[in-house]
Design a protein around this ligand. Sequence first.
Ligand code: FRU
Length: 478
Amino acid sequence: MNDPNGLVFHDGLYHLYFQCNPQGVSHANISWGHATSTDLTRWTEHDPAILWDDEAQIFSGSVVVDHGNTSGFGTDQEPALVALYTAAAPGHQAQALAYSTDGGYVWTKYQGNPVLDRGTSDFRDPKVFRYDDGGDGFWVMIAVEAQDRQVLFHRSDDLKTWTFLSSYGPAGPVGGVWECPDMFPLAVDGDEDDVRWVLLISLNPGGIAGGSGTHYVVGDFDGTVFHPSAPFATPGPESLTDGSQSRAELEAFGWIDFGPDCYAGVTFDGLGRHDRTLIAWMDNWEYAGLIPAEESEEHRSAMTLPRRLSLTRDQGGAERLRQTPVIEVDPGESIELGRLAGSAVLGEGMTGAARIRLAAAFGDAQSVELRIESSSGDGVVIRQDRASGRIELDRPGAGMPPGFPGTPSMLLAQPDEIGWDVWIDALNERVSSIELFAQDGEKVLTALIPTASPRTYSLDVVGGALSGARADVVDIEG
Ligand code: FRU
């Protein structure tokens, strides 16, 4: 599987559709798979929702609940769920519609497809939302002209006829095609009088950790045009070349995640403003098709944790996105480490998923490392270094495809504080994943790691001692 699609909360259920091949572990026969959850933690998989056919594959898109029955596919009492997706044929991509009147399980492709066709080859990934203009409101669709690095805005009253509003881009990170946009309002520090719009744009390659990555821009949306708070200069044509922007240029932009494996993230429709929740694909097109998969398990790849989004303003006045994992787990074991020099084992031979929180002040230490190792010796190190003010992950490539090894990193605004929330999970018998939330979720790093289970977790303090150190370790069963 790859991108999450059609995330929608309806009648007490979270629906997660996703790009998948119902017949194998390679990118072909692309259809929408389907899973549901009542708590975003445990998921039930259902039959694929929308299947590819001779004419087109079912590329990424979104779902809305058509309250008010604007499309006529449901009734006022029983609104239809309406999916807008990209019908992808060789050399031609256009936006198409399907609807469900049984709560999201059985879908019918609309006879009048496509509903928005520009006659181009890379126009895709429609995200639809209801815009409240103080009157009746209307539907807005944002979708990308991927090669042009543009997000196009269209509007509709019935989800079937769309008229052009405006475009955004090229701007900011442009060293790869733009994909899977999303846009939504958030209240800055919870203040309903200070609501801003966040535009998410995935790009591939050209991400901050190499290959696929997702950046965000904060601004205002007036129902027609998106106005960024701090606009980027329009890049010259030479920048619109794969991977052309340097690390220093990329660090000036906002990124959802500084790791290599968080892509195509989009948010749920149907939740309140304070519950805006994102799920992303935990992989990278640089090597996604080559990640070891157990054929017997009939799957390759996974989604990130669901992450609640909020906006905060930093001391310089810039709006920053914050992410908090939504999963509820037991508090686990709290280990008071106090003044810590040398090493400490936090957990040994742990088989399930795990959560490790670490809080400390640097004291006179130079760096702190968390080692995640399997009994066969495979392992990775997460390191926060005081002098550079960075957290980095050493990711070796043993048994993994070319392009996998590397040292993704992120620069912290408060480099003297250590505040990590690390989630570890297993993808299959050979590959695990980490999601690291630092600095109250303002800096996040997600990466697949070549580490088998059971795993041992240990801390190493280098060049002095931490002070006031505390670790909370949760062994998450099943
Ligand atoms: C992003 C993407 C989308 C496309 C889908 C195809 O990962 O390339 O642009 O719709 O995957 O599976």
